[in-house]
Design a protein around this ligand. Structure first.
Ligand code: PLP
Length: 396
């Protein structure tokens, strides 16, 4: 089954000169509303408005909310709640609330990187950051993670920092798509090298709080004032992607000013309704409860998946994640994971993400954050569909 030229172009072509299409988001947007089984999400099953009451949010109080612009940088109450996540390392004035962590990434790049700056980028990655760096013509050095552990290569990063003294290093920690995250010691080693070279550490920490093992610290808790940016949001671990609440945390008045300056060009303000709901839900006890919910969903689905796979040899090799709500899997019998994902969608209405959208062939990323009852049914069908496709590949 050939991939139509139009689709190929929408995934791998350019929007305008220098700005590549964002393969992963395009792939999902084109298919997620017509797929029957959606395993393309990287966060946990979303909460309903009604479920928010279980977290102490009085949804009737929203009725009285005037739908104005609100606070362009996020309300003081919401920024206070967000700052608390950093355990004393950040304050409300260090927070800029954005429309999802996607906007946080966008404004951070425009506020900190200029054309021609040398930057180092963690790959594979959610490819928004590499795409934007290309657009603004930064000199980008890819720092590849490698199987089987997909750990961030701290030693190599230190070498690159010492050699090139880059303007910034962009890391997604915990990483999407590999689910690996750095230990405190590794983070400290990286931070020391970055401080010596004056390199800004920009960490996308949208999966922070989903660690299956030892809890991770934010980069802002480890690094000297002003030299680290933490980006995060409520979409993944907290099950609230539709609020579109993300943020940047940085202890630098200069960077905060610039972020606000760029945000005036993008969205002006977060939605006042989202700001209100987020500020009510982000009490510390709710944060713990929501993180627990996310981990429980993932653990139960991992168990289900392991059991299902034990009866089916050789269709995929899974790198079990240390965090996140997705798995990263090698497909040992084909390098053409785009074709596999396309066939899964067109023949079986199953949506998973092809490795090609992470610039790696022969891999799939699949979500494991759904409700286990549904996941159990879906995964059986998905694995059987992959087996059928594999059979045809072998025959053909
Ligand atoms: C690493 C990473 N950053 C940012 C985003 C954007 O998420 P949102 O804008 O919903 O917070 C995603 C979404 O998949 C992601 O994986």
């Amino acid at each position: 089954m050939d991939i139509p030229e139009r689709l190929r172009n929408a995934l791998f072509g350019s929007i305008i000169d220098g700005l590549p299409y964002f393969c992963l988001e395009r792939w999902q947007s084109l298919h997620e509303n017509t797929a029957s089984i959606v395993l393309s999400e990287s966060g946990v099953h979303p909460l309903s408005l009604l479920e928010l009451e279980e977290y102490g949010v009085d949804i009737h109080s929203i009725h009285r909310q005037e739908i104005g612009y609100g606070w362009t940088r996020g309300s003081p109450e919401l920024r206070e709640r967000i700052a608390e996540l950093y355990g004393g390392a950040a304050e409300a004035e260090d927070i800029v609330v954005t429309n999802g962590s996607a906007e946080a990434n966008f404004i951070t790049i425009l506020a900190t990187i200029s054309r021609g700056d040398t930057v180092v980028v963690d790959v594979p990655n959610y490819m928004q950051v590499p795409g934007l760096l290309k657009w603004i013509e930064a000199k980008t050095i890819y720092l590849w993670r490698e199987p089987p552990h997909w750990k961030f290569p701290v030693g190599k990063a230190v070498e690159l920092i010492e050699r090139y003294r880059p303007r910034a290093i962009f890391v997604t920690d915990p990483n999407n798509p590999t689910g690996s995250y750095m230990s405190r010691g590794e983070l400290r080693e990286l931070a020391d090298a970055a401080n010596r070279a004056g390199t800004l550490l920009v960490f996308d920490e949208v999966y922070w709080g989903s660690e299956r093992g030892e809890a991770k610290d934010s980069v802002v808790q480890i690094v000297e004032e002003g030299n680290a940016v933490s980006i995060s949001g409520l979409s993944k671990v907290y099950g609230l992607p539709g609020l579109r609440v993300g943020w940047v945390a940085v202890k630098s008045e200069r960077i905060v000013e610039r972020l606000l300056g760029v945000k005036d060009y993008t969205s002006i303000a977060p939605s006042i309704l989202s700001d209100y709901i987020a500020s009510k839900i982000l009490s510390w006890s709710n944060v713990e409860k929501l993180r627990r919910r996310a981990k429980e969903l993932v653990e139960r689905n991992i168990e289900i998946l392991k059991k299902e796979l034990s009866n089916r040899g050789g269709i995929m090799e899974i790198y079990w994640p240390s965090a996140g709500a997705f798995i990263w899997a090698k497909i040992p019998w084909t390098l053409d994971s785009l074709k596999l994902a396309y066939e899964l969608f067109t023949k079986y209405r199953v949506l998973v993400n092809p490795g090609e959208c992470f610039e790696l062939k022969g891999y799939l990323r699949m979500g494991i954050g759904q409700k286990p009852e549904l996941f159990g049914k879906s995964i059986k069908f998905v694995l059987s569909s992959i087996e059928e496709i594999q059979k045809h590949y072998n025959e053909g």
